[in-house]
Each structure stands twice: as C-alpha cells, then as structure tokens.
Design a protein. Structure first.
Length: 564
C-alpha cells in the first residue's frame, strides 16, 4: 500500500498540542520485538494480571519464547498460519507473540462465529494449527474440524493455567458445566506440553521483515464471506508507535494500569490493549469476559488508569444500579472505539464517572488506527477526533469521480498511512476496488471534516437510506432517538417502502424500568429534532439488539430480516 505524505499545512495539525509530533516516531521493529524491548526496560514490572496472578515482563517474555520454540518443533515458520480461538486469557498474548516470534502468521478467530464462518476462515486462511481452550463453548466445535478441514493440529490450554488458585477456578468451571472433555486424538496436544522446552527458538530473517505478513485479520463484512486483511509487521508496529506519538502527553511509560476487557481477537483489542500496553510497560488486567460489576470492582480496587472500551460497555456500566458506590477517580483515559459513540451516552458516562471519554475511529484494514482526540481538547459534539500522526485523510465524492470534497462537505472518507493494510488475502479484485487512483483506502464511511481537522462520521455508505430521492443518514436519527429518556440502545435501518423507496425503521431497547413509548409518542419527541424526510415510519421494541463479537451494534441481521 502507498503511504502518501501528509501535507505540511494539514488542518488538523493546528489541533495538536505542542508536544505531539506532526510525524510519528516509528521504531522500525517487528511486532514481537516490542515485548523483548519492554522486558529489557521493565524486567520486574507486572505485565499481566489474570485471576489474581501476576506475570512479570520477564516471565511473559520467557513464556513467549517457549511458545515460539514449541511451535517451531511443530513446523511453524514463514508461510505457516496458526489460528487463535480464545477468550480473554494470557494464552492469547503468549500465543499471538509466540507465533510471530516463531516466524509464522497469526489468524484470529471469534468464539462467536457461526460454524460456516469458522469453516470458511480455516480454508481461506490456510490455517494448519489452532490454539484454543478446553471450554465447552470452544473445544468441541474446533475439534469437529479435525479431519473435516485442512486443520492438522489442536493445541489446548485451560483457563486456570495462569490463575492464582487453579484448582478453585477449575472446580468452578466444572460445576458450571463449562468444561469440555479432551478428544482422544493424537492431533490434540496440551498448551503446557507445547511450552515444555527451554525457550530456545530459531530467529527467521523473514519474521524481522517489516513488509512480511504478521496477521490475517478477517473483516466482519456487511455482505458476503469475510475477507482477510493482510496486516504486516510494519503496519501493526507502526499503529502502536503512531498511537504512542498521539498519546505521549497522556500516557506515562511504565506506570499505566489497563483494564483489558475487549475481545482479544478484535484488532482494536490487539493494538490498543495488548501491543500499545506492552510497548509502554503497562500492566494489563485481563478479565475472562466483560462483566460490568467486575469491571467496576477492578477499576476501584486496582486503580485502573486506562480503559479502552466500546459504546455498549459504557452503556452497560451506566445500567449498573450501584454505579454511584464505586470510586472511579483513578481513570485518566477512557477511550471509546469500534463503533460511533452517541453524544448522549458520552455525556452521561462522563458525568457518572468523572472521566472524559475520548472517541477515536479506525478499522480492521487500518490496524485499528485513524483518529484520536488530543489531550486537553473538548471535541465538538459528534466528532471522532483528528487524524493520528502519520495518517492522511481525504473526503472524496461518492459519484465515482474521486474528486476531493470542499471542507465541510460530505463524502467518502479515505485514508493513507503506514498502518494501512497490504491488501485483502487472495482478493486482488477487492483490494483494487478498495483503493483510489492516488493510493488511498476507501473506508466506506460517509464523513466530513471541519476547519480544525475534526472528523465527523455520518454513516456507512452501504447503510445510507434513500427516501424519496433524499439521502438519509441513520446515525442522525439514532443520535436523536438516544436523547429520549427511555432509550438504552437503538439501530436504524431502511426498509422497503412502495411510495418512498425506503423508510427508516428504529429498533430500540429500553432502560430498566422505563415505560414503553408508542410510535406516535416517539414521532412527537423526534419532530423538533429531525427533518420530515428523516422521520421514522416504524419502530420495534426488543429485549436486545444484534451485536458483533466486539459488542458493536450490528445491522446486517436486521437487514436480513427485512430481506435486504
């Protein structure tokens, strides 16, 4: 991918604090080298806290070396793809960095994927080895692909492998019926067995090549089969370094305590939680899964300073009736990503937690990075920040001309930078379609930029509704509905309409104890907030709305219901 230089007079530079460089300070190192470098600087610092047990940087580095050596004994090296099918445990960090240190390529798998999606990813990515845990939700499904796909080996760990009280954890999981029996199969080996070596791994020159493939990260995709974004060592390392440049006035090296509750298979979690945290000598507090009360307890007890989240997590914390009993004053950075952050939700959380919520934007194809909100700035309502150092953004016309739009005008958001993917795996056609003639990646987001460089994501190009010839943006409608006191979450889609072509329909969940509004009541509430062409024509109240594995509200299931 072409990394276009950023113009010296880019409007967003005026929004940077003086300490933030206009160009990123890139280390030029392979991804797995981040841990080795951090270990030299903070050998005794706690790298990971999981179920009461601390792993120092030295211990973590040794575990990664043993993982790499064990994988190399299985034949892992350049060109070999290893899958990670894991919840949020230290196995994910050790596995991710161990595969890269061994010279292989990581393929991330979501435990929430349907069997057909798992089958597609295994075949498409050419995954030979899979790392997973002996949980009922994971092991039986993945074991079923042995002999029925190209998958040749399963490496199986246990949740309690890195817990302070392993027997108690195992007993709890057994009583809850969450443990799975290991299949009697020679193709299945234990995680501890794989790590049973002295950590002597062989360095491959290919694994130090910044242009070499590091991760195949599959996109969720609104239609069709997921595509594998090819992220190189250079892409991912640059993303962590760019974030370091953007947050140098906010984050103190060797001092931060990060609440790591994002799903570990998502690019946002990989870059912002794991790699950026380890790069800066932080302590990662891992939770097996996100639980609002457990998160609040950890923030208070362990004095968490950094909390990367998605909007649905913030909404879940606000829904806790005893939120006011927790002291959250240790938080100095709460970042929301993965999905647009409704202004009303942002303001409610800031008031409740006493910590500003910074919004950023990024994509799988950009290694999670795109925009950030500079320290000390109060962003305009609805803005998702300004471009991160080293990133260039353009707004182009949506008529296929690639003409750059004037400031303040809406168009498709396009991005260039060292963090932008190499392309789509085995999909030269999709790669070509995703690029402009000048080498910018087409994000598929409808956006505009103000005079200070702040970006406003209006909607997805594919989600835009055409009502009687007018362009209607669901996010505008959603922002207005979020202002209703009864609404917890909302998704708006366009449904077929014989007269208008499409009409907006709102799917809503309610806050606890709030009365259910009628459609007429909601329309009356929205009348002063929306234009006539934007007004919803139908509404459904539901117990829950479909979400992606990272917790982002998902519309493709709703569109499937209405036949789009």
């Amino acid at each position: 991918m072409k990394n276009n230089p950023v113009a010296l007079d880019a409007p967003w530079f005026a929004s940077y604090p003086p300490e933030i460089p206009h160009q990123p300070e890139l280390s030029g190192r392979a991804v797995h080298q981040m841990l080795a470098d951090a270990t030299k600087q903070w050998p005794e610092q706690v790298a990971v806290n999981f179920m009461g047990r601390n792993l120092s940087y030295t211990e973590l580095d040794q575990l990664v070396s043993r993982m790499a050596a064990g994988l190399q004994q299985l034949g892992v090296g350049p060109g070999v793809h290893v899958g990670l099918y894991l919840p949020n445990t230290p196995h994910g960090i050790i596995g991710f960095l161990g595969v890269l240190r061994a010279g292989g390529v990581v393929v991330n798998y979501s435990p929430l994927d349907a069997d057909r999606i798992l089958e597609h990813k295994i075949a498409d990515s050419e995954t030979d080895i899979m790392v997973t845990l002996d949980l009922q939700a994971l092991l039986p499904r993945m074991a079923g692909f042995l002999g029925n796909s190209r998958l040749q080996k399963l490496v199986v760990g246990s949740v309690e492998d890195f817990a302070l009280q392993p027997e108690a954890v195992r007993d709890h999981l057994r009583q809850a019926g969450e443990l799975a029996e290991w299949p009697a199969d020679e193709r299945v080996m234990g995680f501890d067995e794989l790590l049973d070596n002295d950590g002597s791994w062989q360095r491959h020159p290919e694994s130090e090549n910044l242009d070499g493939l590091a991760v195949l990260q599959y996109t969720g995709g609104t239609t069709g089969a997921p595509k594998g974004a090819m992220l190189t060592h250079g892409n991912i390392a640059a993303a962590a370094d760019q974030l370091g440049s953007a947050l140098k006035t906010t984050v103190a090296s060797g001092e931060e305590r990060v609440l790591a509750v994002l799903p570990p298979f998502h690019i946002y979690s990989i870059v912002v939680n794991m790699l950026f945290g380890l790069r800066n000598g932080a302590t990662l507090y891992q939770h097996l899964k996100f639980d609002p009360h457990a998160a609040l307890e950890t923030i208070q007890k362990d004095k968490i300073t950094v909390f990367p989240a998605v909007p649905t997590m913030l909404s879940a914390l606000l829904a806790c009736p005893d939120l006011g009993n927790y002291q959250l004053g240790s938080l100095k950075l709460c970042n929301s990503g993965g999905a647009p952050l409704p202004v009303e939700l942002q303001q409610r959380f800031q008031k409740a937690a006493g910590c500003s919520v910074k919004e950023g934007w990024g994509m799988t194809e950009t290694a999670a990075l795109g925009t950030f909100t500079p320290e000390g700035m109060v962003p305009p309502a609805g803005a998702c920040g300004v471009p991160v150092p080293g990133i260039d953004l353009k707004i182009i016309a949506m008529d296929g001309s690639d003409q750059e739009m004037p400031q303040g005008e809406r168009g498709e958001l396009c991005i260039a930078g060292p963090n932008v993917m190499k392309g789509y795996w085995k999909r030269d056609d999709a790669t070509a379609e995703s690029m402009t003639d000048k080498g910018y990646f087409r994000t598929g987001d409808v956006a505009w930029m103000d005079e200070k460089g702040f970006v406003y994501i209006v909607d997805r190009t594919k989600d835009m509704i055409i009502c009687s010839g007018y362009n209607v943006y669901p996010r505008n409608i959603e922002e207005a509905i979020y202002e209703h006191p009864a609404v917890a979450e909302v998704s708006v889609i366009g449904v077929p309409d014989e007269y208008r072509g499409q009409s907006p329909r709102a799917y809503i969940t309610l806050r606890n104890g709030e009365p259910e509004p009628t459609l007429d009541e909601m329309k009356a509430f929205l009348k002063p907030r929306l234009g006539k062409h934007e007004m919803i024509h139908s509404m459904e109240i539901r117990d829950e709305l479909p979400k992606t594995p990272v917790g982002k509200l998902s519309k493709k299931e709703l569109y499937a219901e209405v036949g789009r």
